[in-house]
Ligand binder design. Structure first.
Ligand code: SAH
Ligand code: SF4
Ligand code: F3S
Length: 513
């Protein structure tokens, strides 16, 4: 095991905060209420689910009330500066409370933990431990260690993180980012019928603007054997839809028993698992969208006709600055193959506006690319300079926030128009919808009057469109046929026609976030 998997106590290095006199029974005499705040991508949501599942087995109980929790975790994101600010201000609010109650243990995990490490203790001295993305198996141990420190009237300063991308041999760095995927418990999922499954960790693409290759470490694919056994467990727990996760999920490659498995092979294996009705995967990388993968989706009815494959920019010059490794022409060729092999397949994208080198003319090209490729939806981000990245080293962050905001709004406006036009094509058509449960607004109504029979349900079509319609909440987890009569840029509105089948007829209502 590399040395980084052992934790380091930094008390000697970082000035400690006086906690006052503590009773010796503080290790055991604490409540088991756990509060966790998660920001960032689906990878982080999954990590939080797994850590919570582990802690629940050890007697912890989740609470939404941070004040009553004596164990507080922050699962952090570093992709943009704003995400980091959010966490530091949440930590700031805890500063006083943690001194008053020495039983409180505060841990920071996730990408910011990996990136900022000791800096977190300096900025937020009330933090007891910082645990990187590859050390999540150690969280429960770190909590106990913090309590032991507190009982000795010491501040805890435990640091467990992976190696930097230049801090060792490739194998050592890789080993310091261990995948953490224990068998789980359903409490924290988006709904009881949907689950994330990690198939890869890390990223080796090194886009110039992005921190992920350093916060998540080198690209590693999990073995098909592990993935399949995990999906089988999930299916036995009632999961109908799995979303396979990876930063560049379609770059998946793993050799097992002398045979190379790609994502297409994995789709075939998962397709055979009884009880699973839908398979999705995010996020795809344009250059790795191979024809065998598109053909697998075509031939496997459980694979959704939806691809999240970010273009990031519509101008070749900016794509070059970004080091994305493809041109708009390459992306166009990929889109042609998608449309030929998978007619009706939805494609969504991410874009960055205000990247260094983006001129007004190149921004116009990004707008044009939304019109040309007609994305189902796009996530549009203002460029945020990330220290340590190639972009931060090489190019000044020269575009003002005002211009970034304006370009962001222009992109959103064009995308909304396209989404609404394309959604309107569904009016009068029937779609198979995997029902997730009552919509947010319906849940409020149910809370107010618990005898409501028909309520507003929400689900997704096979092409990943959000569909709302009235029906009984007993339909949650089943596939219903819905005819669409109205649309917004984000949602299709319909009424139920038939339903094919229904699982768990007596199951309790899931609350959708
Ligand atoms: N692995 C995925 C995306 C991971 S990060 C992929 O390659 O597509 C999610 C999105 O955040 C990215 O697609 C990008 O659009 C955005 N992003 C990443 N770094 C950023 C930065 N420094 N500033 C603004 N947006 C950024
Ligand atoms: Fe970041 Fe690029 Fe890797 Fe995506 S592919 S995680 S944008 S470096
Ligand atoms: Fe953020 Fe890390 Fe995901 S930086 S976007 S939480 S991989």
């Amino acid at each position: 095991m590399p040395h980084v998997n052992k934790t380091t106590n930094l008390d000697a290095e970082i000035s400690s905060t006086d906690l006052g006199e503590l009773p010796a029974d503080v290790v055991t005499d604490h409540n088991h209420k756990l509060y966790i705040e998660t920001v960032g991508c689906q990878m982080n949501m999954l990590d939080s689910e797994l850590v919570v599942a582990d802690l629940r087995k050890r007697g912890y109980e989740l609470t939404q009330n941070i004040k009553e929790a004596e164990t507080i975790l922050f699962n952090t994101c570093s992709v943009r500066e704003h995400a980091e600010h959010k966490i530091y201000s949440s930590l700031g609010r805890l500063r006083y409370g943690s001194r008053k109650n020495p039983r409180k243990v505060i841990g920071v995990m996730g990408c910011m933990a990996q990136k900022d490490q000791k800096l977190i203790f300096q900025k937020a001295p009330q933090v007891d431990f910082v645990v990187g993305t590859g050390q999540l198996a150690q969280v429960s141990e770190l909590i106990e260690k913090a309590r032991i420190h507190h009982s000795k009237n010491e501040r805890s300063r435990e640091l467990a993180v992976g190696l930097g991308r230049k801090d060792g041999k490739h194998a050592e760095i890789t080993n310091s980012f261990q995948s953490y995927d224990p068998l789980r418990d359903p409490e924290m999922r988006p709904s009881p019928y949907q689950a994330f499954v990690r198939i890869m960790i890390g990223c080796d693409k090194f886009c110039s603007y992005c921190v992920v290759p350093s916060t998540r470490g080198p690209e590693q694919s999990r073995s098909p054997r592990e993935i399949i056994s995990e999906v089988k467990v999930l299916s036995n727990q009632g999961v109908k839809e799995v979303t396979l996760l990876g930063q560049t999920v379609n770059s998946y490659k793993h050799t097992q028993d002398g045979k190379l498995f790609r994502l297409s092979d994995l789709l075939y294996l998962i397709h055979d698992i009884e009880g699973i009705d839908r398979i999705k995967f995010v996020t795809s990388y344009p250059k790795d969208m191979t024809t065998d993968l598109l053909e697998a989706i075509r031939d496997l009815p459980k694979a959704t006709r939806y691809l999240h494959v970010p273009l990031q920019h519509g101008c070749n010059d900016v794509l070059k600055y970004m080091k994305r490794g493809y041109t708009v022409e390459d992306y166009r060729e990929m889109m042609q193959r998608i449309n030929e092999i998978l007619p009706g397949c939805s494609v969504s994208s991410d874009f960055i506006v205000g990247h260094p080198g983006e001129t007004e003319e190149s921004h116009q090209k990004s707008l044009e690319s939304i019109r040309e490729f007609r994305f189902k939806n796009s996530f549009i981000f203002k460029y945020s300079e990330r220290p340590g990245t190639k972009a931060a080293e090489r190019f000044p962050d020269e575009i003002s926030d005002k211009i970034k905001k304006r370009r962001n709004n222009e992109m959103l406006k064009v995308q909304n128009e396209i989404s609404e036009e394309d959604n309107a094509e569904f009016i009068g058509k029937q779609l198979a919808v995997l029902v997730e449960g009552p919509s947010k607004s319906a849940q409020k109504a149910v809370d107010a009057s618990s005898d409501t029979l028909a309520e507003q349900l929400v689900g997704r079509s096979n092409c990943d469109r959000i569909v709302v319609f009235d029906g009984s909440s007993r339909l949650a987890g089943s596939i219903a046929h819905v005819e669409i009569f109205d649309v917004t840029p984000t949602t299709l509105i319909g009424s139920i026609v038939t339903k094919e089948y229904q699982h768990n007829p007596g199951s309790s209502l899931p609350i959708l976030q």
